[in-house]
Design a protein around this ligand. Structure first.
Ligand code: NAD
Length: 259
């Protein structure tokens, strides 16, 4: 793709690891300045982006806290003038049946995986609308389109995120601001590695066997999607070719939701 994101600022929530970091790297390769967010080793993530020649800052906002989110958006405005590409990616998982689901885990998953996107979006839109250009990309999931047992909060949040995507897309449909969702299948990140390790321990099988079983249950391709592939989808959604893509939920899931 020959277009550039030079002069544009991208904010990716939950970008110190996994998919968020993969998306941040691909947006930086395309010329964007980056605001990273997330816990863990922020300096290592910043160094990866800076090595690509991009301007990069990190804000440690906890996505479960609206006041932190407001502070992060103010930080982006003061350092970079505003957010042109918003990627709502931060997310957590907890696996338990509904009757055993800890209510505080339900609240945390809804706050981080869904409500945070409402807060970042409402705060990012005025700048995008002033410029009549913006990209809001929500990292949903195959679980935004189909359910799995044991993941009630995650499935509810991801279905909700796709609903939010459609509503924001429609509200801004006559402007240069688009809003779309990406729906990955399995991606081998710390979030999924924990599920593989838990299955291996619970079932008394090797981690390798648990990984194969996980793929076979859901993904006809028997392959993981990579953070880089998802980053390149985000780049495409920023390109002029995607100017009229509005409110889609775009799968990259090895055939999971084709079944
Ligand atoms: P990950 O655990 O590797 O990364 C999650 C990121 O979110 C990290 O940077 C972490 O620090 C950050 N984070 C967690 N809680 C936070 C909070 N309260 N405030 C701010 N940051 C917080 O996970 P991942 O697999 O890269 O997941 C990223 C997104 O992709 C999530 O929304 C997840 O639901 C979605 N997703 C993942 C998969 C998969 O197979 N890995 C599949 C579909 C969708």
């Amino acid at each position: 793709m020959t277009f550039s994101l030079q002069g544009k600022t991208a904010l990716v929530t939950g970008s110190t690891s996994g998919i968020g970091l993969g998306i941040a790297i691909e947006l930086a390769r395309q010329g964007a300045s980056l605001v990273l967010n997330g816990f863990g080793d922020a300096e290592a993530a910043k160094a990866q982006i800076a090595a690509l020649g991009a301007r990069v800052e990190h804000h440690p906002a906890d996505m479960s806290r609206p006041a932190d989110i407001a502070a992060m958006m103010e930080f982006a405005a003061s350092r970079f003038g505003g957010v042109d590409v918003l990627v709502n990616n931060a997310g957590i998982q907890h696996v338990a049946s509904v009757q055993d689901f800890p209510p505080e885990k339900w609240d945390a998953i809804l706050a981080i995986n869904l409500s945070s996107a409402f807060h970042t979006t409402r705060l990012a839109l005025p700048h995008m609308l002033r410029r009549n250009w913006g990209r809001i990309i929500n990292v949903a999931s195959a679980h935004g389109l189909a359910a799995s047992a044991g993941k009630s909060a995650y499935v509810a949040a991801k279905h909700g995120l796709i609903g939010l995507t459609k509503a924001v897309a429609l509200e801004n449909a006559t402007t240069g601001v688009t809003c779309n969702a990406i729906c990955p299948g399995w991606v081998l990140t710390p979030l999924v590695q924990k599920q593989i390790d838990d299955r291996a321990a619970q079932q008394g099988i090797s981690v390798q066997q648990a990984q194969e079983n996980l793929l076979r249950e859901k993904e006809p391709s028997l392959q993981f999607t990579t953070p880089q592939q998802l980053g390149q989808m985000a780049v495409f959604l920023c390109s002029p070719a995607a100017d009229n893509m509005r409110g889609i939920a775009w799968s990259n899931d090895g055939g999971w939701t084709a079944q």
